[in-house]
Design a protein around this ligand. Structure first.
Ligand SMILES: Nc1ncnc2c1ncn2[C@@H]1O[C@H](COP(=O)(O)OP(=O)(O)OP(=O)(O)O)[C@@H](O)[C@H]1O
Ligand code: SF4
Ligand SMILES: [Mg+2]
Length: 360
């Protein structure tokens, strides 16, 4: 594969410390929804772990199961309509099958979430300072109102809201999109959670504000040593902030490994397609975007075999297996780098250079 001449994001970043036991370990996660149209197989056998101070990027197109995975980690699925199987170990405790009140006690203090749209998470009729103070008091019941407000103001200042004392009394609609996302981050982090799930936290923001919010998350992570799961459809975002990456397609992990492994040595045709649609990662910021042709699969009727086969231009090189056998996720040879594709290693090496440069 031709190496991009510019690799600014990967080269400039300090790697996060390794060697700590994971705070979050997910093993063989399966999530199914019962709907009137049939069973939606949203997540199928996904496994990953995240250690304190590290960021896992979960990347994939719309409908690939990213948010469903994030919500499962927070124990937020409705057990009446949803079947969650596998293990989700948060600080060693499996939350799959725990009662709602136990999960609620766990999340908030040790686990928090940031969403794409802060307006859906912030109450429109209360000043933001009061909302953050209340989030604080849920887990610090003995804190006085004055203490909780002081914490809210401190946190607003910490996430870069100017004049936090005054702005604490403002309502969500009085903030710009980027400032609102900062408020949301302040609310998520006021209880100093050990794990943060950020679901498309910058998608609605323009590029400059997006970079500021990603920098802020990285700063806060360095300060609080938070384990972060960052959900995004954008490999460019992953390259800026993540240490590890999980590429999802059709609810399955198709490739995973460190960011350096997956972005510099991508092994899966779907990852090649994602990379081809991020010109800056190809070393040519002026190149045309090359979207992956075709559309994501139905999660009720997933294609047999490799779910990507109807869109994959290499499916006919695997002796018919792409359409009939689900490719297992196997080591590539590099420690920690896994790929699920029937192509031989030799074929993958030969094909990907043109795949990333040309249309996949
Ligand atoms: N509560 C639900 N009931 C039924 N189906 C659902 C539910 N939530 C999600 N799904 C389905 O599960 C699949 C995965 O959805 P998910 O929200 O995880 O996608 P995503 O990768 O986050 O996509 P996007 O990038 O658009 O946010 C989709 O087919 C979606 O329609
Ligand atoms: S298994 Fe076949 S269809 Fe799936 S990515 Fe590999 S070559 Fe393409
Ligand atoms: Mg989503």
């Amino acid at each position: 594969m031709p190496q991009p001449d510019r690799e600014p994001d990967l080269a400039d970043r300090e790697p996060a410390p390794e060697g700590q036991p994971p705070y979050l370990t997910v093993r063989d996660l399966n999530v199914r929804f019962r709907t009137e149209d049939g069973v939606v197989r949203a997540v199928n056998g996904v496994s990953f772990s995240v250690a304190p101070g590290r960021t896992l990027g979960i990347v994939g197109e719309s409908g690939s199961g990213k948010s469903v995975t994030g919500l499962a980690v927070l124990g937020l699925h409705d057990p009446r309509r949803t079947e969650v199987a596998g293990e989700i170990l948060v600080d060693g405790r499996n939350i799959v099958g725990l009662g709602e009140s136990q999960v609620r006690r766990l999340r908030g203090r040790s686990v928090a979430m940031v969403f794409q749209d802060p307006l859906s998470a912030l109450h429109p009729y209360y000043p933001v300072g009061r909302q953050i103070a209340e989030a604080y008091r849920v887990h610090h019941r003995s804190a006085s109102r004055a203490d909780a407000r002081a914490q809210a103001v401190r946190m607003l200042g910490r996430v870069g809201i100017p004049q936090p004392e005054r702005r604490a009394d403002r309502y969500p609609h009085e903030f710009s999109g980027g400032m609102r996302q900062r408020v949301m981050i302040a609310m998520a982090l006021v209880n100093d959670p050990a794990l943060l799930v950020a679901d498309e936290p910058t998608t609605a923001l323009d590029v400059t504000v997006q970079a500021q919010i990603l920098d802020l998350l990285a700063d806060l992570q360095a300060e609080f040593h938070t384990a972060i799961v960052l959900i995004t459809h954008d490999l460019g975002v992953v390259s800026q902030v993540a240490d590890d990456v999980l590429v999802m397609y059709g609810g399955r992990a198709v490739e995973q490994g460190s960011v350096a492994q997956v972005l510099r040595d991508p092994q899966h045709p779907y990852t090649w397609g994602l990379l081809a649609s991020v010109p800056t990662l190809r070393g040519d910021p002026d190149a045309d975007l090359t979207p992956i042709s075709g559309s994501p699969p139905s999660m009720i009727h997933l294609p047999d075999g490799c779910a990507f086969h109807p869109r994959c231009r290499y499916a006919d090189r695997t002796g018919g297996r792409s359409a009939t056998e689900v490719p297992p996720l196997l080591p590539t040879g590099e420690p920690g780098h896994l790929v699920a594709c029937h192509l031989s290693t030799v074929d993958r090496e030969a094909l990907r250079g043109t795949a990333i440069g040309a249309q996949v």
